[in-house]
Design a protein around this ligand. Structure first.
Ligand code: F6R
Length: 239
């Protein structure tokens, strides 16, 4: 595992974009996370697309997760969020950006479909991951099995509270999501873990230096053979 500590979130984004750029040039399949952490990285990739001609035309992308009950048009669906913040600003084909179907009448079937799609499309070459303050990756909350595949997940109260900032009221935050499982994420060929800000310091310490335990789902990254963890000084405060 490579751990890179950068002075601030902007520098984290530059380092992450440097790694991603090589994959983009090869027309790779990108695993995209939503949330605040990767936003500066997406901005930097958009800049490289506009100013340096970096093309995503040969790339495909898979989202990690989606809220249950939010239609794709809902501005807080992860599908809409990733389009707004990233993919509508680059030259990737819309149809090449895939996400779990949060409005499927049978959520379990939606999970199976997504898992099958990931496998049939050849899997993810590089997976961007943010980290929850409780150590979750994607929406795999503490206690999730390391072998889990795409599944329906009840969100931890802390995750609901953390994500309330994107909604008018905390009651509006969906309580359930579809998420790639830890086993799904571990099949990605390269993990790019990003964390910024002091609120992530405890989780970063736990997943990078702590015991590998389902109580800190992100600690599973210690078992992957190709991982880059890129953090700013604040998130690295306990390393
Ligand atoms: C998002 C996701 C989540 C976030 C995590 C951190 O697709 O899967 O695991 O990466 O909750 O969120 P932020 O970056 O908003 O702190």
């Amino acid at each position: 595992m490579e751990i890179v500590i950068r002075p601030n979130a902007e520098e984290v984004a530059t380092t992450a974009a440097d790694i991603l750029e090589g994959y983009v040039r090869d027309g790779a399949t990108l695993g995209l996370a939503t949330g605040s952490t990767p936003t500066p990285t997406y901005r930097e990739l958009i800049r490289r697309h506009r100013e340096e001609g970096l093309s995503f035309a040969e790339c495909r992308a898979f989202l990690l997760d989606e809220y249950i009950g939010l239609p794709r048009e809902h501005e807080q669906s992860y599908y809409a969020t990733i389009r707004r913040e990233f993919t509508s600003h680059i030259d990737i084909d819309d149809s090449a950006v895939r996400s779990p179907d949060g409005t499927h009448p049978d959520p379990e079937a939606a999970c199976r479909d997504y898992e099958e799609l990931l496998v049939s499309e050849g899997g993810v070459d590089i997976q961007i991951l943010g980290v929850g303050a409780n150590g979750h990756i994607a929406f795999n909350e503490p206690g999730n099995s390391f072998d889990s595949l795409t599944h329906v997940q009840d969100l931890h109260p802390r995750t609901v509270a953390d994500n309330a900032r994107f909604f008018e009221r905390e009651e509006d935050v969906p309580r359930r999501a579809l998420t790639q499982g830890l086993g799904t994420i571990m099949r990605a060929r390269h993990l790019l873990v990003l964390a910024t800000g002091e609120a992530k310091a405890e989780a970063v310490e736990a997943i990078v230096r702590g015991e590998v335990s389902e109580q800190w789902p992100g600690s599973i990254i210690q078992r992957h053979d190709k991982v880059d963890v890129i953090v700013d000084r604040a998130a690295a405060a306990r390393l």
